[in-house]
Design a protein around this ligand. Structure first.
Ligand SMILES: [Zn+2]
Length: 159
């Protein structure tokens, strides 16, 4: 497996872990190039029929794990959130979609799942994602969302 950083075409498997439902094997790898030695993750899955995402305009698009990953990663940019945490969020959502939806899933469901997960993880990442996803029409809607989040956070803190 080639290194995504320096493109050396060999890497060493450090650790392999099978997901709870047994459908995925996650491997931590390390680049064998001594000047690089960076670590990255690969996933091995059973090939399944593609899950189609129904978009708002009713067009279908094949579900993309990478696209979901990039979306979550973008929301988490410059936040104290590790790559591992992002992977866990995305893996959890992908797993849930595979179980609950066999062939088609509305994009709105995926958006809601991401928002739920980010809400738990990081307030800023959540608001970022929600502001793009929900296309907040005005500052007022956004402010309301932020306010409800702050209230929740302080509730959590006092409990
Ligand atoms: Zn490398």
């Amino acid at each position: 497996m080639y290194c995504p950083y320096c493109h050396t075409d060999n890497s060493r498997v450090m650790e392999s872990r099978t997901s709870e439902d047994g459908t995925t094997i996650r491997r931590r790898r390390e680049c064998v190039n001594e000047a690089c030695q960076r670590r990255f993750t690969t996933y091995e899955r059973v090939e399944q029929r593609p899950l189609m995402v129904i978009k708002k305009d009713a067009k279908r698009e094949e579900f993309s794990y990478d696209k979901l990953y990039r979306g979550v990663m973008k929301a988490c940019e410059k936040r104290p959130i590790s790559t591992e945490q992002v992977e866990r969020v995305v893996e959890g959502i992908a797993q849930r979609l595979r179980i609950d939806f066999e062939q088609e899933v509305p994009s709105s469901i995926i958006g809601e799942l991401v928002m739920d997960a980010l809400r738990e993880l990081d307030g800023v990442a959540y608001v970022r994602f929600a502001s793009v996803y929900r296309e907040f029409r005005d500052v007022e809607t956004l402010a309301k969302e932020v306010l409800s989040l702050l209230t929740e956070t302080s509730d959590k803190g006092s409990a």
